[in-house]
Design a protein around this ligand. Structure first.
Ligand code: B12
Ligand code: SF4
Length: 457
């Protein structure tokens, strides 16, 4: 930990283990000594680290700016740098300008070859990964980075057939929903040391009958093995349609689910290509109620800035979140991630404004307006986000929601989790506001290309 500067102890509650790197660590032969450093816990001083033989970097797009900075520091010391993960895959040409080699897509099958090539001095520029047979995914090295996170992480499924406009999962992991053998998942769960677990899956239960049958079998196996530590996951709203599934999930330890509602309007869902979410009025609320009836809290997520959104969408989304009786909710600004259909569309239409790459990638956090929106200027959209939070995350509203959680769960840990998550949503939002206020150039001097405040009024 001494290598990490400005380490904030509270990060433990907000940061999640970098699972991809822990899997690669497992696939690294024992002749290599592996160290995983997570800058989400605090920035490192790269020059002060002893010289490694190889550096592997992973990054979401919003972290690419920093990833390239770190790559330059290590390369200046003659250390080869390999990058993998979502951003390097979707921006291959760009990444190759900053690192020695890139591994695209899922890397389990090619990583051993990369290491052998480094040792032989024959490192290639590009290693093409791809969808990996799910039985080939080894357990991650859960012993690494011990005690620094509140939650351990595990992945059970990959891929998504829904291919929503704004999401890169289908492009990266493929359109087929793939499952790991349950025995492998159970064996890996036994290795996790943390007391709580995050299933990182985009949708743990899936959408089809056979997906749901798998989820039920997994939960049954967890119950049988006594692997019922508290866990949280992401799922689609159909999680709330099946009482047997909910009962098994709750008995297996499920305490919370994160659901992407995305938009309270049918037009919004159609524009986002998330027709799967279109339901009869009142249906969402009933599904949320059924989930909560099993003692599982529901966090919802919405996107603002869709072409069909009109002024007032922040407040109306907050009303919808209240109407569905969500325990927690957040809103994100529509952001064109590289490799998505949204990126292609907005680029084609000349609407991406934060496009001085790689510097502008740092604004792709979903809290900055990085493109032009049909019915809002950048600052108007930020105001919509603020209106959502002012309404949904006021202290009295948080108190009411936490009391409601007491009623439907009667478990102090869940109430505490609910309170922490609600306050974190509020805190993160206030932090975003503060950072914006500090970093934004005044409108009259702001560059029209600047990602933070495009189209200033
Ligand atoms: C869990 C998760 C999170 C966790 C973070 C966990 C963590 N510390 O990594 C949390 C909730 C914090 C999070 C936040 C965000 N997330 Co997120 N998240 C995910 C999710 C669902 C799973 C990630 C995961 O663990 N996958 C499992 C591992 C095993 O897969 P992997 O990381 O891809 O690694 C494999 C390969 O990529 C490769 N690989 C990866 N790195 C490297 C490095 C080297 C050297 C090599 C050789 C190979 C390699 O090898 C691994 C094995 O095959 C993904 C979707 C997905 N299915 O991946 C989205 C995803 C990564 N998130 C995304 C986004 C946009 C975000 C946010 C910006 C926005 C948001 N509000 O959600 C924030 C950013 C936070 C921040 N500032 O850092 C996008 C990223 C797209 C992009 N171009 O950046 C994704 C792809 C979802 C999407 N909508 O498209 N996220
Ligand atoms: S947002 Fe969810 S449902 Fe849509 S493509 Fe991404 S992972 Fe699939």
């Amino acid at each position: 930990m001494s290598k990490i500067q400005r380490w904030n102890r509270l990060n433990k509650f907000r940061v999640w283990k970098p699972l991809g790197l822990l899997i690669l660590a497992r696939l690294t032969p024992p002749s290599w000594e592996v160290e995983v450093i997570d800058e989400n816990l605090g920035l490192i001083e790269a020059q002060a680290l002893s010289r490694p033989d190889l550096v592997g970097i992973t990054a979401f797009s919003c972290q690419a700016t920093r990833a390239y900075e770190l790559a330059a520091l290590f390369r200046a010391r003659g250390v080869p740098v390999v990058m993998g993960g979502i951003h390097a895959t979707m921006r291959l040409g760009e990444a190759l300008g900053h690192v020695d080699a890139v591994v695209t897509r899922e890397a389990e099958l090619v990583w051993p070859r990369v290491l052998a090539d480094v040792q032989a001095g024959t490192l290639q520029r590009v290693y093409a990964g791809g969808p990996v047979p799910m039985a080939e995914i080894p357990p991650a090295r859960h012993d690494l980075l011990a005690r620094r996170y509140l939650f351990g992480s595990i992945q059970v499924t990959r891929g998504c057939p829904l291919n929503c406009l704004f999401c890169s999962v289908t492009a990266f992991n493929g359109g087929q929903f793939r499952h790991r053998p349950i025995a492998n998942v159970i064996a890996e769960l036994h290795q996790i040391r943390e007391k709580r677990i995050l299933f990182v899956d985009d949708n743990l239960v899936g959408t089809r009958r056979d997906h749901i049958a798998y989820a039920k079998d997994l939960f049954r196996a967890m119950i049988r093995e006594g692997l019922t530590r508290p866990w949280i996951c992401q799922a689609t709203i159909n999680f709330g349609d099946d009482d047997e599934l909910l009962d098994l999930a709750a008995r297996a330890g499920c305490q919370g689910v994160f659901i992407g509602f995305e938009s309270p309007t049918v037009e919004g869902l159609i524009a986002l290509r998330k027709k799967f979410n279109i339901r009869k009025e009142g249906d969402w609320r009933a599904a949320v109620r059924r989930i909560q009836a099993h003692g599982i809290t529901v966090m919802g997520s919405f996107i603002l800035g869709i072409d069909t959104d009109r002024p007032g969408i922040g407040a109306s989304t907050a009303r919808a979140a209240e109407d569905y009786r969500l325990d927690m909710a957040n809103v994100q600004i529509l952001t064109p991630l590289p490799g998505t259909a949204l990126f292609e569309k907005l680029e084609r239409e000349g609407r991406i404004i934060a496009n001085s790459y790689p510097a502008d990638w740092q604004y792709y956090t979903f809290s900055h307006p990085v493109s032009q929106y049909l019915h809002f200027t950048g600052s108007e959209l930020v105001r919509e986000v603020n209106q959502f939070h002012d309404r949904f995350d006021s202290y009295p509203k948080i108190l009411v929601r936490v009391l409601r959680t007491v009623l439907h769960t009667r478990t102090p840990t869940k109430v505490l989790l609910g309170l922490i998550t609600n306050l974190t949503c509020r805190y993160n939002h206030l932090l975003d506001r503060k950072v914006d206020a500090l970093r934004c150039a005044p409108p009259e001097t702001a560059s029209p290309k600047h990602g933070l405040r495009p189209q200033e009024d």
